[in-house]
Design a protein around this ligand. Sequence first.
Ligand SMILES: Nc1ncnc2c1ncn2[C@@H]1O[C@H](COP(=O)(O)OP(=O)(O)OP(=O)(O)O)[C@@H](O)[C@H]1O
Length: 630
Amino acid sequence: MTTADTTPAPENHTFEADVAKLLHLMVHSVYSDKDVFLRELISNAADACEKLRYEAIANPALFGDDPKARITLLIDADNRRLTVEDNGIGMSRDEMIEALGTIARSGTKAFMDRIQAAQGGEGAQLIGQFGVGFYSAFMVADRVDVVSRRAGSEEATIWSSDGKGSYTVAPAAVDEAPARGTRVILHLMEDTASYTERYRLERIVKEQSGHVPVPISLVEKPGAEPQEIADGAALWVKPRSEITPEDYTDFYRSVAGQFDEPALTVHFRAEGRHEYTALAFVPGSTPFDLFDPDRHGRMKLYVKRVFITDEAELLPRYLRFVRGLVDSADLPLNVSREMIQESPLLAAIKKGVTSRVLSELEKLAQNDAEAYTKVWETFGPVLKEGLYEDFERRSTLLGLGRFKTTASGGGWRSLKDYVGSLKENQTAIYYVTGTDLARLEASPQLEGFRARSIEVLLLPDPVDSFWVTAGVDYEGKPFKSVTQGGADLAQIPLLEAQENTGAPATEAVTGFIQSVKTTLGEAVADVRASERLTESAVCLVASETGMDRQLERLLARAGQLTSAAKPVLEINPRHDLVVALANLGEDQQALREDAAHLLLDEARILDGELPADAKAFSQRLARVMRRCVP
Ligand SMILES: Nc1ncnc2c1ncn2[C@@H]1O[C@H](COP(=O)(O)OP(=O)(O)OP(=O)(O)O)[C@@H](O)[C@H]1O
């Protein structure tokens, strides 16, 4: 080994707590498909080669006399060892401690959170589905040595661990380290010795890593000649006709770190003013970081096949779930990562790629409604963010929208469908927002709309409250909340069976409504007879100028609202209870007052809120019930 007399003793380090947890999970994983460790190590090796290519733009000396990137798998069956070696950027001692002793990347952190929340076997499944990085080596090895030498450095370091809580770091003899790059030596366990079988490795590489942009060779036994098993040709530069769906899927998996099938593949070359190639995928299932607060995208930027960064905002935030890359022929290779964001060229690319992704989604919606619905179910809540963020593409995004409605019977409707079945005199697109579809469907505010067979959009996502109030319209029809302002339903005829529900309020009822208003005083903005209720006695709505009640709740929860507006209490003038209360004699004033408060509390409960004063509520309820019990 490296222990010449002058070599300092290895230093011992303990893993960060999260790494220890992750390692425990890897080692004790019941996940049967351990093959994933190889794709993780190859992907790290390829990243290291791409990082070197990038740094060498400014400092070509880093290449030395070995400019061609390569990844080599070395088999040593006699010693039950598998080595993954690259001639990439390499790591210094400090970089090793940072990279292999902590969890730096947010994807792994998110993965850990999910694992901790997952039940039993589900956790193990997650390993296969998502990239889990370097530590997956411990699924197959009971010791891992990493020998690395950073490009341009005269020093090498060896990192070593059995994955049980600590690792050592020591200087390595330069002549025993790669001339540049990293060598990961896996001391395989007894039951994973088959990873020294050549054909097995070849098959795994073809399946998982055939499209990494660095050639991969295999050395069958110590001293044998390397044989190329993957050519490292960039898939995106090949003509589409030469690429099979399986090629695209493999590539998607390696670029996205997701291991499902892509729901949509967009591959095109832009020519003319700007020349670039884009290969982008809409994932088939939800990526971990979809709702991360930073909302970062993960599209990679290449310049003439050199990887530059995955932090350029190549797509708007509401398309952050799209994975893939753009390879520009026009950006200068030495463009700094900082400059990129300001570049007008990049803005043009972003515009082009965004339009193309959206138009491909439109095509999918037209040609394969079922596949599109799945995309919408997974990413609709994110795409809807574009409705208030991307004014220019608002109508395209509205066209892409699919909605649950009171008429969709559990399915999805487009706004085109909605507008195609407007009722006579209906001038607005009605919606109700909330958090839960079942509760939305049961909203009393919908009754008058049902009685007229007017379709109402049921909008359960938090983002809905924002875009619907952003002054959006579709084909000239404004969006209008069923819980806001007057319902303007009088102009729209009732269904025949419902005609009696349109009868005007009697004088007694009008008087009663007035008395409720007096009793409730400051607690409400107004009390009025309702056009929208047919079955329930009461509901709450916002005043004409007030904020939608769901939006108000969201803002209050986020601490962005100091005082909430008072609601309007609507009373159904034809409801039995209301008529009976209206007919109570003058001597029943106490009961009428209790009833007024209880009606307001009932409306609050129907809205998913609590009575304003729980004690007073229970006392009133007890008094009223007491009257009915002999
Ligand atoms: N072969 C290698 N050459 C150079 N650095 C490496 C190599 N393998 C791992 N690293 C370093 O270790 C870090 C951790 O690797 P790990 O696979 O756990 O996550 P990651 O590669 O950063 O995440 P992702 O797979 O999502 O890109 C890498 O970011 C890199 O800095």
